[in-house]
Each structure stands twice: as C-alpha cells, then as structure tokens.
Ligand binder design. Structure first.
Ligand code: GLU
Length: 444
C-alpha cells in the first residue's frame, strides 16, 4: 500500500514555523517514497476558523512548494462524524455527561486535595434515565465522552521508537461539546480512516491524544495507521518555542525576503543528524529525509542558522532564475553583474543596494584628496576585466601605498563603502565616467 499522509492545520491564525515543519516532514516522508500528501483543513470550530486564514495557509504552502494531492474541509464532513458518533453511542463507547465546567472543576480540586490524579470519575455512566431526563428538563444539554478501555496502548513510533500511553491514567475525552460541536479528536480519526491515511506525523504534544485516538480507531473497526511524533522546536536559548511561534509566521518571513528553500532546508534538517546546509530542491531534501536521523532531543530553531542557509540559497541562484526577480526589482544589470554581486547578498533584495553601487548615485568617501587625484591620473582609458590590476599596480608604484592602504581608499572612493563585491569585476560595470566623477569626490 502506498504511503498517504495528511497535514491538518486549524485555520485560526497564521501558519508558523512549527506548523510548517509538520507539513514539511509529512510532505518529505510521503514524496520521498512516491506517496501522496493530503491537505485537510481542521475547521470544525466554525467560530474560530476564518476563510482568510484558510486562504493564507494555501498561499504559504504553495509558496514553500508543499503542494497537495487531495484537499478537504472538516466543516463539509459533519455527516460522517455524526455517523461515527452514532455508532460509538450504540456501542456504549460514547456516553452523555451533564456536569457543568464548575462542577468538574470542584471535583478535580477535591481529588487533588486527596492526592488523587484529577481524572474524570465517570459519574455520568451511572446516571439513570430519569436523572438524565431531569437534567434535560432543567435545560442542560449533554456533552459526550469516549469511554476509554483503560489499558496500555502501544505503538512503534517512527520517530520515538516503542511508545506507550496508559489510557487508565487519562480522563475519558470529550468528543462532542454540549452545543453539539465536534472537538478535533473524533473528526480527525474519522477522516484518517475515510482518507486512508497510512501515517500520522505530528508534534510530540499529541502523544497522549494518540493513546485515545488509537482506541477510537479500534472502536470504529479500522486499521490503526503508523505514527511519528516529532520532538518540538526550541529556540536558540534551548527553551520551548511554543509561546513565541506566533511571531514566526511564514507570511512575515516571505515579506522579510527569505527564500522558501532556505526555510524548508532549515526546518527539514534541524533536529536530525544531517548537516545544516541548504538543499538544491525539495526533491533533494525528500531523498535525504529519514526518521532514523531524527533524535529524541528537541530541534533547535536558530534564526542565525536560517540566515546562513538563506545566504547560501541566494548564492546558488543562477542568472536565468534571478533575471525575472531582478527585473521585478528594476535592477537587471545583466549576468556579469549578478554573478559578481550575488556572493555578497544575505537576502535577494540586498541586490538593490548592489545595483546602486553601479548605477549610483554613490557618495564617495575620500580621506586623502591627493591620493585620489594621483589615482585618477593613472586610471586606464579602457575599463575592462584587467583594468583593476593594471591600475592598482600603477597607483602602488606611484604612491608607495600597498595592501589595505592601497585598496581601501579606492573602494571607499568608488563605492562609498568599506566592504562589497570584487572591485576588479565591479569597475567595468560602473564605467569610466562614473569612476572619474567619484574619484573627484562628486556624487555619481
Ligand atoms: N488540527 C490539529 C492541530 O493543528 C491537527 C493535529 C493532527 O495532526 O492530528 O494540532
């Protein structure tokens, strides 16, 4: 059977690096073995879900290259959840409860004060029909809990190895709220069954869920899929990133000028034994991906690493690929220009400043006017690829300046900056006329 995975975001906000890592690992795992990738929008919460968020999820995933083979909305599948709920009710696995949140809270406090774990006591299981009718007459609506078997649920986790959850230590999960809303737990299982998902890959914050969900798969008579729970992301300081994820939105990173392959290379490799280097393509990342390379320790998300990978990605862009982007920025100065400056870029957009060095205006920085004048005298008539070495050789002979004392004043005069691309390649692009003006101290 071929591999089929799903990414199931809730459309209640911006997609952040944590979500995207889950999406990416699913995608890499499936595509690495010719499988398929399902986008499932978990929008059972009709109040919190928005169309805008759903649209943005699609925009972000497409931009990253994480295309999907099938796509679903949970909000269009309530009939299926009702059917599954009816089956579980008929089999006594889904039972009505009438406690209010306050009542539950009080019971938990009593349990804790007695040193007992705050697990739901299943009082509702022993309600008589008359008691239920009395609650209904009071206007109470039931919420519905799934009756766990209370056993050791075990699975071979692709990322964690042998995993176990003791469902006896858990409260029976609420699957349907008193207002009739399906919480995520049951729809997720129903969809995974209907969509024939072979592997569920998600963050390790879902491990406990998995214990309950495996019991639901079994209760619905379905084959239990494979599971992988990935270690969570931590920041550069080693502390959990979960609270800060909101500020690491993909759409903001796109606006900041990051390359999609830098983001995917970073998120695909942190927490694995692979070196943190940029990949040439998602395809290549997929071929390299393996859960066996993923450790149990958290994956360290460091913006400095991302910046380094981003620079690598920009340096690898060839002119044909760069050209439309250069045109869009109004700075397509040709292939030689691109090849000369790209190694100095951290973000693609930095090329605008590089183009300004060529086209000006540049405000020259001249500390020693006599030196600049001497250099101007010696400037070759033709500024070709050899001009820089001929010229600086002559300036050295004439002035005695050498090393940094020779090159830095020329760079500062000609570019206005202390650092930048190779001057030998830059001066033919700048052209003699502007070189002359700049050596005279004129902005040009
Ligand atoms: N909507 C759920 C979430 O974002 C999906 C979890 C899952 O992959 O099952 O946490």
């Amino acid at each position: 059977m071929s591999v089929k995975v799903r990414f199931a975001p809730s459309p209640t906000g911006k997609l952040h690096v944590g979500n995207v890592r889950t999406a990416l690992v699913n995608w890499l795992f499936a595509k690495g073995q010719g499988g398929s990738f399902v986008l499932r929008i978990d929008d059972t919460d009709l109040v919190r879900s928005t169309q805008e968020s759903e649209d943005n999820i699609e925009i972000d995933l497409k931009w990253l290259g994480l295309t999907w083979d099938e796509r679903y909305n949970q909000s269009k599948r309530f009939d299926r959840y009702e059917e599954a709920a009816a089956r579980l009710k008929a089999e006594g696995r889904l039972y009505p409860c009438y406690e209010t949140a306050d009542e539950l809270d009080r019971r938990r406090k009593v349990q804790l004060s007695r040193g007992q774990p705050p697990i739901y006591d299943r009082a509702a299981l022993s309600l008589t029909d008359a008691e239920k009718a009395a609650f209904e007459a009071e206007g109470r609506r039931p919420h519905w809990r799934f009756k766990l078997e209370g056993k050791r649920v075990a699975w071979e986790d692709l990322a964690r190895g042998h995993a176990e959850v003791d469902t006896a230590s858990m409260s029976d999960p609420v699957l349907i709220r008193e207002d009739g809303l399906f919480l995520y737990t049951l729809p997720s299982v129903v969809d995974d069954i209907d969509m024939e998902i072979t592997h569920i890959i998600r963050g390790e914050d879902h491990v406990t869920n998995t214990g309950a969900q495996i019991e639901i798969f079994e209760a619905l008579g379905a084959k239990v899929p494979g599971f992988a729970h990935m270690p969570l992301l931590v920041g550069a300081d080693g502390t959990a990133l979960s609270k800060r994820l909101g500020s690491l939105a993909i759409m903001d990173m796109r606006a900041d000028g990051y390359e999609p392959i830098a983001i995917t290379s970073h998120l695909g490799k942190i927490g694995t034994s692979d070196n943190l280097e940029v990949a040439a393509s998602l395809q290549e990342l997929g071929e390299a991906f393996a859960f066996s390379k993923m450790g149990r320790s958290p994956a360290r998300y460091d913006t400095a690493d991302l910046d380094r990978l981003n620079a690598q990605a920009v340096h690898a862009i060839d002119y044909a690929e760069a050209k439309p982007r250069l045109e869009a920025l109004g700075v397509d100065l040709g292939e030689t220009f691109w090849n000369t400056v790209k190694g100095n870029l951290n973000r693609f957009g930095d090329v605008v400043d590089m183009a300004k060095i060529v086209t000006g205006p540049v405000t020259p920085v001249i500390e020693d006017a006599a030196f600049a004048a001497a250099a101007l005298e010696l400037l070759p008539d033709t500024i070709d690829a050899d001009a820089w070495s001929t010229w600086t050789g002559a300036v050295k002979d004439k002035t005695g300046a050498k090393g940094k004392g020779l090159f830095m004043p020329l760079r500062l005069a000609l570019t206005g900056q202390a650092h930048g691309p190779d001057m030998a390649a830059m001066i033919p692009l700048i052209g003699r006329e502007r070189l002359v003006q700049r050596l005279k101290g004129e902005a040009a």
